[in-house]
Write a protein that binds this ligand. Structure first.
Ligand code: ATP
Length: 133
């Protein structure tokens, strides 16, 4: 199958650079798969499971929490707010974050801002746990 160059970066640095067969992630408008020769394209990313398929068929999954993806002239660049490969996700930490967020939401009396923060924290924890499972 044809491959194309992919770079994945976060504010912490470059996490991946190489040829891939496919990248799959959640955009703000739905699930997205990019293959070689995809037309020029740019989108904001949502929160969800992402995957990269390498030329040997290996599929690496990750939690992707927002960012931007572009495909320009055959090169794909994915700049994520947070990208964690499945093997790097700490389940205990995600479970603890989930519990804290659920407790905050259950407690009530939150300002709009606090509610949004707690809800976003819960969503991030759920994505991490779903990728890890
Ligand atoms: P926590 O309350 O545990 O910090 P969070 O959702 O608020 O969770 P983020 O602000 O999204 O954390 O992430 C901060 C940094 O910590 C990022 O670099 C992210 O990749 C990393 N990180 C957060 N949770 C985990 C986890 N469960 N496993 C691995 N890395 C994590």
């Amino acid at each position: 199958m044809s491959t194309f160059p992919l770079r994945i970066g976060t504010p912490d640095g470059l996490l991946f650079e190489g040829e891939v067969e496919r990248v799959v992630c959640r955009s703000i408008t739905g699930n997205l798969a990019i293959l070689a020769r995809h037309c020029n394209f740019c989108t904001a990313l949502g929160m969800g499971e992402a995957a990269v398929v390498l030329p040997d068929g290996t599929r690496r999954t990750a939690a992707c929490i927002g960012g931007m993806l572009s495909m320009m002239n055959g090169t794909c660049r994915l700049l994520a707010t947070t990208w964690e490969w499945k093997e790097d996700i700490d389940s205990e930490r995600a479970n603890a974050a989930k519990k804290r967020a659920e407790e905050m939401l259950a407690k009530g009396g939150l300002t709009d801002r606090e509610y949004k923060i707690a809800e976003a924290k819960l969503q991030r924890a759920l994505v991490r746990l779903s990728v890890k499972s």
